[in-house]
Ligand binder design. Structure first.
Ligand code: ZN
Length: 270
């Protein structure tokens, strides 16, 4: 099956603002089209995935492209080289994301051994690691796309230490800070801070549509529920640890997540 068959159709979530659900990893790519250039949010897990996303982008716009990576997990940035080869020179990420891609990018290659064997092998120029050179720290950055602007901002640690949000009008692309259709992924997470980051995002009262890194766009209620569920899970895990420090596995069946997610969360509690 060719890659193009696994990719969905662009869904409009705002004026000239689109989400592309891709079959692979159920990743959402985003697109915001201005007058002079367009912004692509996340590039996929390797050259196959990245090429499919780029081809889909080119059905929507011929404008020069700027890329933003929402965080330093392989499925969100391994497609960067495809965009670089096609002429994109401006890649954005949180400063800690750029640092983590540089530090752990090579180690992440084996994750795509099946889906993207060329990427796993580092076979050619389309599989080089493109580390974003434009970075965002504590201060938000506004990107002018011509006729419209998008805001890149960080609200604290959560799914990783480098989650970047992309706000445009009333839509915000949230990367894996928000999950739809699956439990949140805690492997590199800061669970307690994640709850606060989500609460902060809702409190901005600026956004109506929240685009997760995977799954369907959601409203603020979903984000609020994700935060309160996570908060409850942390309470259960913390209490279990207090009561039986040597055996916290008893808490796993009563956690509001699937066992492997509950276990990952417990491993990341401070
Ligand atoms: Zn992730």
């Amino acid at each position: 099956m060719s890659q193009s068959e696994t990719i969905g159709n662009w869904r409009e979530v705002g004026p000239q603002t689109y989400v592309l659900p891709t079959g692979k990893y159920l990743l959402n790519a985003g697109l915001v089209v201005g007058v002079e250039r367009a912004l692509v949010i996340d590039t996929g897990a390797g050259p196959r995935h990245g090429t499919a996303i780029l081809e889909a982008v080119r059905t929507m716009t011929e404008l020069p492209l700027v890329v933003v990576n929402t965080h330093s997990h392989f499925d969100h940035f391994f497609g960067n080289a495809v965009f670089a080869a096609a002429g994109t020179s401006e890649f954005w990420a949180h400063e800690a994301c750029a640092a983590d891609i540089a530090a752990t990018g090579e180690e992440q290659r084996p994750f795509v051994a099946e889906a993207e064997p060329e990427m796993a092998a580092g076979a050619d120029e389309n599989t080089t690691l493109v580390v974003p050179e434009h970075t965002v720290g504590e201060q938000p950055v506004t990107l002018d796309l011509g006729g419209r602007s998008v805001e890149l901002f960080h609200l604290g640690r959560g799914h990783t230490d480098n989650d970047l949000l992309v706000g445009v009008d009333t839509v915000v692309f949230a990367g894996d800070l928000i999950e739809e259709g699956a439990d949140p992924a805690f492997e590199d997470a800061f669970p307690q801070e994640w709850v606060h980051t989500l609460e902060r995002l809702v409190r901005l009262r600026k956004y109506e549509t929240f685009v997760p890194g995977h799954g369907k766009p959601v409203g603020s209620d979903h984000v609020r529920i994700q935060a309160s569920t996570m908060s409850r899970a942390i309470r259960i895990a913390t209490q279990a640890r207090r009561e039986a420090p040597s055996d916290t596995t008893k808490a796993i069946p009563i956690m509001p997540y699937a066992p492997e997610h509950a276990r990952a969360l417990m491993g990341r509690l401070t």
